[in-house]
Design a protein around this ligand. Structure first.
Ligand SMILES: NC(=O)C1=CN([C@@H]2O[C@H](COP(=O)(O)OP(=O)(O)OC[C@H]3O[C@@H](n4cnc5c(N)ncnc54)[C@H](OP(=O)(O)O)[C@@H]3O)[C@@H](O)[C@H]2O)C=CC1
Ligand SMILES: O=C([O-])CC(=O)C(=O)O
Length: 267
């Protein structure tokens, strides 16, 4: 990011608020020019100098150079298209939107036409750099296991697949492709799209979704093998206080992305 980078945040929930908090502490020069929510008439506190908006048509006038989405699957197309059409880069958290191949192709076409980029931060994951690098030599298999406390699956289809609220032991309630996992669990399995885009794609990446009544963390295990060798990535994420479905790492990876656009030394 040059000194003139202007950031718009789409979503001021658990992740968006944490991004604002961390940026305020770590990068006070970051200019958050706009915050987008679903209903801007509800009062809320936004960073100094930020406009509060709820209509994607208002985005172009903000002059954002980077738009960061942490709002929900339905927000990706309207806000992403508005960002890309305005020539801003668009960083996506609700990557479950990309189970729709046609949407992803449309957004990539719009990015290309406007000299902008769609950015996919690692979200709640680590090791995505290694997986993406390994894919260059060809991968044989990638499996990804998402384990969350039972309560983190509340309000999802998991409630109909197992006795979620009476669980006494760990249960794997879903096995299938990454595409199906992200499509059916868009509030909990955006990560399936991230490990897929880095590795073997949405239809060849195998997902397991697990509820653990004793867990306090959101954990991810990715195992991959190919010509490069083998890798196993394990991460135990603290959930965000504002939303136990979402890991703090998601906000941290957004902050890293933003900081790397400023730094002279990029890690
Ligand atoms: N990539 C990854 O690894 C991860 C992705 N996620 C995903 O990130 C997204 C955000 O998560 P989280 O912060 O926990 O969610 P929250 O529910 O805490 O916050 C959502 C925020 O988005 C706003 N919002 C909702 N719909 C729209 C819309 N159409 N346009 C603009 N703003 C909107 C809400 O505004 P309002 O208050 O007005 O409703 C609210 O501020 C979710 O899709 C989640 O599944 C989460 C964890 C990991
Ligand atoms: O935060 C996490 O651990 C994963 C998550 O919710 C998602 O991918 O949607």
């Amino acid at each position: 990011m040059s000194a003139s980078e202007r950031i718009a945040l789409v979503g001021l929930g658990a992740i968006g608020s944490e991004v604002v908090r961390l940026l305020t502490d770590r990068l006070p020069t970051a200019r958050i020019v706009a915050v987008a929510v679903s209903d801007a008439t509800r009062p809320r506190s936004v960073p100094d100098g930020s406009a509060l908006i709820d209509d994607p048509a208002a985005l172009a006038a903000m002059g954002a150079t980077l738009v960061v989405e942490a709002a929900g699957r339905a927000s990706v197309e309207p806000w992403g298209m508005a960002a890309l059409q305005a020539g801003a880069d668009f960083a996506v958290s609700s990557t479950s939107a990309f189970v729709d191949d046609a949407l992803l192709a449309r957004m990539q076409g719009t990015a290309q036409a406007n000299g902008a980029q769609i950015l996919v931060p690692p979200g709640a994951l680590g090791g995505i750099d290694a997986l993406a690098a390994a894919a260059t030599m060809g991968l044989d298999h990638v499996t990804h296991v998402v384990t969350k406390p039972a309560g983190a699956w509340a309000g999802t289809e998991a409630e109909t697949l197992c006795d979620l609220h009476g669980l006494t032991e760990v249960i794997t309630f879903f096995r299938g492709t990454a595409r199906e996992a992200a499509d059916r669990f868009p509030k909990n399995a955006n990560v399936a799209v991230i490990s897929s885009l880095a590795g073997l794609g949405l239809d060849r990446t195998q997902l397991a979704l697990v509820a653990d009544p004793g867990a306090t963390a959101n954990t991810h295990r990715i195992e991959a093998a190919g010509a490069f060798g083998r890798m196993t990535m394990d991460i135990e994420n603290a959930p965000l206080p504002g939303n136990p479905k979402s890991s703090a790492m998601t906000a941290l990876n957004i902050v890293r992305l933003i900081e790397n656009r400023v730094r002279t030394l990029v890690i």
